[in-house]
Every structure is written in structure tokens, then in C-alpha cells.
Ligand binder design. Structure first.
Ligand code: SAH
Length: 341
């Protein structure tokens, strides 16, 4: 059956017309889904019983069940959702003073194989549909009975390897007749799929682009991120510069600091060289050690030195606050989970 949340408003109008209904019904349904946030077609009380029946026969609502929920001492919550086909995915809620952020997964598993990430080493199953991405936000909102203000595509999966569905999900989330989450409050993070960075630049949506850089030489980056063998640093940086030119938007570079690997002052110097003059910001992430992983966290001293060096040399850098590490919900700690696990 088709998932009613896989459609943006204009597509839902097409669907309704194909069902022999009037176009305006689509807007009513869209409001029930994303403004009233009902969980059943029966609750759509301004639709005739006949139409509600028709909808039930043709579409699912894709309501996720929470299989497991863990709560960190810092308020971070990690959800394991049943995606209704025997698979499960993890989604994280982070609470900041400026609002509530959901870290969504875009795929069940990941093909990128980054050596420091827990999503690596578990089999890739499939990409999520737009509706399955959107439902993560709705399910979290329902659980906490509050609104989500920010979304980051930093859970499991490579968002630009599921490009069409991610873009559609952003458009559904942003639709002013629905959840109306501003695109400026949505971030997409990529390991660096260069052609899709160009596509995103030309999409004319205002979301923030984050690039997982993590190293400044091809040798080191390739040893951490196999995608670098496909698109090297030079190609990636060219795409980033073009992206900035086209969109006039600042890029956020993520740099996970691993002890004795990429955290000394020479690395910082190289990073300054690479980013000098670019409209950008660096997000330093103390690397989270994963099971059997060979990378471990830099010392606090090195992390601060690295940040200060960047700032002193004209590159704005901040250290990402670590949230949820006590429940394995911090950066790179999410894994695809089977229902049986
Ligand atoms: N595939 C996308 C988004 C998922 S990961 C990407 O690669 O950007 C979100 C961020 O967490 C990325 O910057 C990723 O490199 C980083 N990350 C992964 N594992 C990590 C770990 N163990 N410690 C710190 N950051 C990690």
C-alpha cells in the first residue's frame, strides 16, 4: 500500500483527482496529517465516511511504534522506531535552549564505510522514503507532546545517496500548510558526494550544508573515509566553493578529532590553508570511540588548542557539545537495528 506521507501537497492533489475527488480535499488531508497530526483516517472528520474509507483502502498512515526509548541524563532521547517492514531505525532528539532538534536517519544502514562510524559494518538494507523520514519528526513530536524546531540529517545513512527522497522530505517538512519548519532550520550532512552537492546547490532551498571533512590530505582522508577515493579533497573543495558561489550560503565543515591521527597543529595549519577565505564554519567533534574502532578521542587540551589555532587564523570554529553519549546517541554511535536485536 502507498504511504500517504510520501506526497507533498501538489502530489496529494494529483492523487485525490485520480481517486475521483476534488482537489481541495488534499489540503484538508495535509492539514490533518501535519497540523492536527492525527493518527488515523477516521479522525479526519471533515471528510465524508466514504472518502475516509477510500483512503484507508489505498493508503497507510505510516505511524511508527516506539520499540525502545532511552533517555540521557542531559535530556537527549534516542528512539528505536519500527518502520513497519521488519526493520527498525534510530532517531535522536536533542534539547538545546534555542529549541528541540531531531537527528533523522535517511537510510537503513549506510554504504559509505567511514572507519570511525558505528553505522559502518552493518549491512545496508535500503533507503527510506520521504514519508518515512518525515514520520520520524511526527513520532518524536507525538512522544514529547511538543514541536520540533530544527532537523539535522545526521543519523544513519548518507542523505545525498538518497537524494530525491531527502529533498522531498525537506519540502514536505517545510510546507507552510503543514509542519512549516523553515529550511534555514534544516541541515544536511554529507560525506562528500560531489555531483549531488552541485544538484543541491541548484535546488534553491535554503537548508544548511555540512561537509564531513575530517582530514586535510587525501592519504589521511581516504584512510578514514573510502568515499575520498571516489571524490578527492580537491574535487570536494571545488564543489564547496561552487556551492557557496551559487547559493551565497555558508558551509559548515565537520572535523572529528581523533587522537594522534588528525588532531595536531600541523593538521590545523593544513585546515586553515584549505579553508582560508571561504564562507564557512568549522564544527569540531571530539570523536566518539566505537566498538572495535581504532580511533579514540583527542585530549581536551588538543581539542582546545586546535580550536584556538583555527580561530586565531581567521577560521570560525566551535566545539560541538557532546549530547547523549551515555546512551550511545552521540555522533557516529547510531546503528541500524533489527527488530529481533
Ligand atoms: N553520512 C552523513 C551523515 C551522517 S553522520 C555524513 O557522513 O556526513 C553525521 C556526522 O557524524 C558526520 O560528520 C560524521 O562523519 C560524524 N561521525 C560519524 N562517526 C563519528 C564518531 N565516531 N565520532 C564523531 N563523529 C562521527
Amino acid at each position: 500500500m502507498k504511504n500517504i506521507k510520501d506526497y507533498n501537497l501538489d502530489e496529494l492533489q494529483e492523487e485525490l483527482i485520480n481517486l475521483g475527488e476534488k482537489k481541495f480535499r488534499a489540503e484538508q488531508i495535509f492539514k490533518w496529517l501535519y497540523v492536527e497530526k492525527v493518527k488515523s483516517f477516521d479522525d479526519m472528520t471533515n471528510l465524508s465516511l466514504e472518502l475516509r474509507e477510500k483512503l484507508k483502502q489505498n493508503y497507510t498512515m505510516c505511524n511508527y511504534n516506539i520499540i525502545k526509548k532511552q533517555e540521557s541524563s542531559d535530556g537527549t532521547k534516542k528512539y528505536l522506531f519500527d518502520v513497519l517492514d521488519g526493520n527498525a531505525i534510530e532517531t535522536v532528539l536533542m534539547q538545546y535552549h534555542h529549541g528541540k532538534t531531531v537527528c533523522v536517519s535517511s537510510q537503513i544502514g549506510c554504504k559509505m564505510g567511514c572507519k570511525f562510524c558505528a553505522s559502518t559494518g552493518v549491512k545496508f538494507i535500503r533507503s527510506l522514503t520521504a514519508g518515512e523520514i518525515v514520520e520520524q519528526i511526527l513520532a518524536v513530536e507525538q512522544d514529547i507532546n511538543d514541536r520540533i524546531s530544527n532537523i539535522v540529517f545526521m543519523g544513519i545513512g548518507e542523505p545525498l545517496d538518497n537524494y530525491d527522497n531527502v529533498i522531498k522530505a525537506i519540502k514536505i517538512l517545510n510546507n507552510q500548510k503543514g509542519l512549516s519548519i523553515g529550511t534555514r532550520h534544516i541541515s544536511v550532512s554529507t560525506s562528500g558526494i560531489v555531483p549531488r552537492i552541485y544538484d543541491l546547490a541548484n535546488e534553491n532551498i535554503q537548508c544548511t550544508l555540512s561537509i564531513s571533512l575530517h582530514a586535510t590530505t587525501d592519504e589521511k582522508r581516504s584512510s578514514m573515509m573510502p568515499i575520498n577515493n571516489r571524490y578527492n579533497i580537491q574535487e570536494l573543495m571545488k564543489a564547496c566553493k561552487d556551492y557557496i558561489k551559487i547559493t551565497n550560503k555558508r558551509i559548515s565543515f565537520e572535523y572529528a578529532l581523533a587522537k594522534d591521527n588528525n588532531d595536531n597543529l600541523d593538521d590545523a595549519k593544513q585546515l586553515v590553508k584549505l579553508l582560508k577565505g571561504m564562507l564557512c564554519h568549522v564544527n569540531l567533534i571530539p570523536i566518539n570511540k566505537i566498538e572495535n574502532g581504532k580511533f579514540s578521542k583527542s585530549t581536551n587540551e588538543n581539542i582546545l588548542k586546535f580550536r584556538d589555532f583555527l580561530n586565531e587564523n581567521g577560521i570560525v570554529a566551535t566545539i560541538r557539545r557532546e549530547l547523549g553519549s551515555d546512551i550511545d546517541a552521540a555522533c557516529g554511535q547510531l546503528r541500524r537495528k533489527n527488530l529481533k536485536e
